[in-house]
Ligand binder design. Structure first.
Ligand SMILES: Cc1ncc(C[n+]2csc(CCOP(=O)(O)OP(=O)(O)O)c2C)c(N)n1
Ligand SMILES: [Mg+2]
Length: 560
């Protein structure tokens, strides 16, 4: 048999394995540690586009965003020690966001192993806690087997990242070995007796609430579930940065159960008698630091549906624990009929509270950023992808933008800064027909602003906002609360962001007044280039609802 197979070097075997798994796009920064892979990529360039980035942090975020957007593992390729270190941030994001990723890292040749050779790191230890599986491939003929397992593992149950290290000798070695066909996606399903139990518990409920979240959904499942929830008259919310799992315009949508939660919604979740959680891990951000539900035994009757068996009972002991994929769960759930008028009335109230809460409030300064976000929400096409970073500027986005359907939001639930810009680049490359908007802070943007070069190189024309308040505002806010008036380590002297964008070959605009935003956006979108709009907001406007000076005064009054 083997004699029929063509002999290939390890690099070629690897890229053929990726093509066999269905990979169409990979992100990375090259290194001399994986030259045979780069050589193999040359051969398959018509089938697999290798997007070269300017920093592995940007590349790893792009791979993560690609995985989040498409549901297919995001593929990242980086070099040894330094590349692997820079690339860690997207892997951590992938873990906390349950995003399928497969990461390849160059490695020193086996003959030098364990000598702390040039750039050598043991990735099993380095990435052990950040991944579902880390391995090193020591024989070229086993590459297809390892790659197949990596794809199965990244996608199975709760999706997540996998790392494969590639010793140089494995890549240069030649072998005659067959490719492995495309992976299966293995997710458990719910039993009919468990669904009957869900029905029984919900039927008894007077104040039920549903929370959706996590990774491993698809569009059909979110639409079916939304229909079922609407028919039942149940109120529903979404977990932190998973706001696109439910059309925010639905009469059943009560808001996001995340950071800066509507206090009325927080009370609603706290006072619910039955909470049905599908896909959310119930992490610190979603539970308002484990207060909406008490750990380990919540007061509410908790029905927890999760695709990862290890998540069930990890923090909360549910009344009913269901290990199931979400599309699989919805498929069975939608066959049961429940609902009553009491729930419908509650849902109407919850919806009213959501609408009130999300109405932009006046803030200091000439640029009403909340109104800008609302304008974008009302104006952009329904399937626009919003890629946001981390910082207080994202609070306006979470509060005033109405997400209209599955995978219109890319955000980091691990709260890692620098995500929005590269995620927007990846989104535009993965879905060139869709409008993409990046939303970044001034601190946040410069963590990966160099990826404008990648956007220009690959023609990713989208608009990014940079919300400039001249500081690491989030930290300053906490500072004013804890140590009022003692500003330390949070001021920023910024570049001219519009000029920065133009220097890379992009389009740049600066906006200082609300009325100037719409025409600036139209010009930016029409430029056909990667475009950046700097929004100069009043630094006192620290959240959609309060000011820095109000926080400081309150802290001083309380004797801090
Ligand atoms: C990679 C990373 N580094 C540091 C932090 C801590 N951190 C959270 S928000 C923030 C400031 C964000 O500043 P900016 O992007 O300007 O947004 P702003 O809060 O001013 O709106 C910092 C430093 C983080 N979350 N992620
Ligand atoms: Mg800032």
């Amino acid at each position: 048999m083997k004699s029929d197979l063509k002999t290939r070097h390890g690099g070629r075997i690897l890229v053929d394995a990726l093509v066999a798994q269905g990979v169409k796009m990979a992100f990375g920064v090259p290194g001399e540690s994986y030259l045979p892979v780069l050589d193999g990529l040359h051969d398959v360039r018509d089938k697999l586009q290798y997007v070269i980035c300017r920093q592995e942090g940007g590349a790893s975020y792009m791979a993560e965003a690609y995985g989040k957007l498409t549901g297919e593992p995001g593929v990242l390729m980086v070099t040894r020690g330094p590349g692997a270190s820079n690339g860690a941030i997207g892997v951590h994001t992938g873990l906390q966001d349950s995003t399928p990723m497969v990461v390849f890292i160059g490695q020193v040749p086996n003959e030098f192993a364990e000598r702390e050779a040039f750039q050598e790191i043991d990735y099993r230890r380095m990435y052990g806690q950040m991944t579902k599986w880390v391995a090193q491939i020591d024989r070229a003929e086993r590459i297809p087997e390892y790659v197949s397992r990596a794809f199965h593992t990244a996608l199975a149950g709760r999706p997540g990242p996998v790392v494969l290290a590639l010793p140089e000798d494995t890549l240069f070695a030649e072998a005659a070995v067959a490719d492995v066909p495309r992976h299966h996606v293995v997710r458990p399903t719910v039993s009919s007796s468990d669904i009957q139990e869900v029905k029984k518990l919900l039927e008894k409920a007077e104040k039920p609430f549903v929370i959706l979240g996590g990774g491993g959904w698809n569009r059909e499942a979110t639409l079916k579930l939304q229909k079922w929830i609407e028919a039942a008259g149940l109120p529903a919310g979404t977990s932190f940065r998973c706001q696109d799992l439910f059309d925010n315009r639905s009469p059943s949508y009560a808001g996001d159960v995340g950071i800066g939660i509507n206090p009325k919604l927080a009370r609603r979740v706290k006072e619910a008698d039955v909470v049905l959680v599908i896909g959310a891990r119930l992490g610190e951000m979603t539970t308002s630091a484990y207060t909406l539900l008490e750990a380990p035994v919540p007061r509410q009757t908790l029905i927890h549906v999760h695709a990862g068996a290890e998540e069930l009972g990890r923090v909360y002991r549910p009344a009913l624990a269901i290990n199931s994929g979400y599309p699989q769960f919805v498929e069975v759930l939608e066959k049961i009929r429940i609902g009553n008028d009491g729930w419908k009335q509650t849902t109407e109230t919850a919806r009213k509270e959501f609408l009130e809460w999300t109405e932009p409030q006046p803030m200091p300064g000439k640029l009403q950023y909340g109104r800008v976000i609302r304008w974008l929400s009302d104006t952009l096409p329904e399937d626009t992808i919003i890629a946001g970073g981390a910082g207080n500027f994202a609070g306006w986005l979470h509060r005033h933008f109405r997400y209209k359907g599955f995978r219109t939001q890319l955000g980091s639930t691990n709260g890692s800064m620098g995500y929005g810009y590269p995620a927007a680049v990846a989104a535009k490359l993965a879905a060139p027909g869709r409008t993409v908007l990046g939303v970044c802070g001034d601190g946040d943007f410069l963590m990966n602003g160099q990826e404008i070069a990648t956007a220009v190189q690959y023609g990713a024309a989208f608009v990014a906002l940079v919300v400039n308040n001249g500081m690491y505002g989030t930290i300053r806010m906490h500072q004013e609360r804890e140590y009022p008036g003692r500003v330390s380590g949070t001021e920023l002297k910024n570049p001219d962001f519009a000029a920065y964008a133009r220097a890379f070959g992009g389009h740049g605009e600066t906006v200082e007044r609300t009325e100037d935003f719409a025409p600036a956006y139209e010009r930016a979108a029409a430029s056909g280039k990667p475009a950046l709009i700097e929004l100069r907001i009043d630094p006192d406007a620290i959240t959609p609802a309060t000011t820095l000076s109000a926080i400081r005064e309150k802290a001083l009054k309380s004797g801090r």
